[in-house]
Design a protein around this ligand. Structure first.
Ligand code: HEC
Length: 284
């Protein structure tokens, strides 16, 4: 009896300690404020929602919009590639966007990549081959940081996978530039240091990437009007493709697999009926 009582008391004590322990962070935050609110920049962060109407590849029946991917590639080539590489994407992969072999070869030749002079062994540059990957404009991270206020422009191949809700995030980031409300900034003591740029959709709010896109920056080959929102959406779609070229295939495969499982289940059920058909349940 006393043992049982002791056990109950010990159990209750442990539960109490655990409950108090789990409440500790909440109590701490109540007393001192959540860590993020101590940074004035948090007052300016706004969670974005991606482009109006979403992307063509969203949802279980999503599809690539190849014209859009080609426009996105154009934006990457003419704007983003000045700072960002795509080290996991080769020129030959562009075939998947609907370019022919000849077009891919010509496209590769319009880029230069680091090379080695076979005659002298010295470092030089050469025209790219379809098997090359999209190069970084900088020789290394130190040079990249030196050119960008100490921030290295990250490789964009897998960016939409590396960020939560990446396709929407890239769109939001590119359309998130502007000015911090000066009155509010004065009140919370917020400022954007020299060499950084205010972007309400960047978690840190001040970003080292200058606003890369502005209206009519590229002239689209297909005549689409190049508003900032349009280019942002197109390049976000393109970067979704670079991060997961098999996205649509994966979704279609999912439907096939569900269909097959339904078929297999039906088959299994019918054969179960067939196998047990001759056996009557035992009489008690
Ligand atoms: C002038 C150079 C420059 C250009 C052009 C540029 N970027 Fe950047 N980008 C940067 C730098 C520098 C950073 C790192 C910013 C930081 O960490 O503060 C960055 C970061 C990013 C990030 C990562 C943000 C994060 O969450 O860490 C994305 C996504 C991005 N750029 C996309 C693009 C796209 C898309 C384009 C073309 C439309 C582009 N950038 C053009 C310099 C550039």
């Amino acid at each position: 009896m006393t043992i049982r009582l002791g056990g109950i008391i010990a159990g209750l004590a442990i539960t109490l300690v655990l409950v108090l322990w789990s409440l500790l962070p909440g109590v701490y935050n109540l007393a001192f404020g959540p860590p993020s609110e101590k940074q004035p920049s948090a007052a300016f962060y706004e969670h974005g929602h991606g482009p109006e109407g979403g992307f063509s590849f969203n949802g279980a029946f999503g599809k690539w919009d190849y014209a859009q991917l080609q426009r996105g590639y154009q934006v990457y080539k003419e704007v983003c590639s000045a700072c960002h590489s795509l080290k996991f994407v080769s020129f030959r992969n562009l075939k998947q966007l609907g370019y022919t072999d000849a077009e891919v070869e010509a496209e590769a030749k319009s880029w230069t990549v680091p090379g080695i002079d076979p005659a002298t062994g010295e470092v030089n540059t050469r025209l790219a081959l379809p098997t090359d990957t999209f190069p970084s404009p900088y020789p290394n991270a130190i040079a990249a940081a030196a050119a960008n206020n100490n921030a290295v422009p990250p490789d964009l191949s897998l960016m939409t996978k590396a960020r939560h809700d990446g396709s929407n995030y890239v769109y939001d980031l590119l359309t998130g530039y502007g000015e911090a409300d000066p009155a509010k900034a004065a009140k919370v003591g917020f400022e954007t240091p020299d060499g950084l740029y205010f972007n309400k959709h960047f978690p840190n709010v001040n970003i080292a990437m200058p606003q890369p896109l502005s209206d009519d920056q590229v002239t689209y080959a297909d005549g689409t009007k190049s508003t900032t929102a349009q280019m942002s959406k197109d390049v976000a779609a393109f970067l979704t493709w670079t991060a997961e070229p098999s996205l649509i295939h994966r979704k279609q495969m999912g439907w096939f697999v569900i269909g097959f499982l339904l078929f297999a289940t039906t088959l299994a059920f019918l054969s179960y009926k067939q196998i047990w058909a001759g056996l009557k349940p035992k009489k008690k």
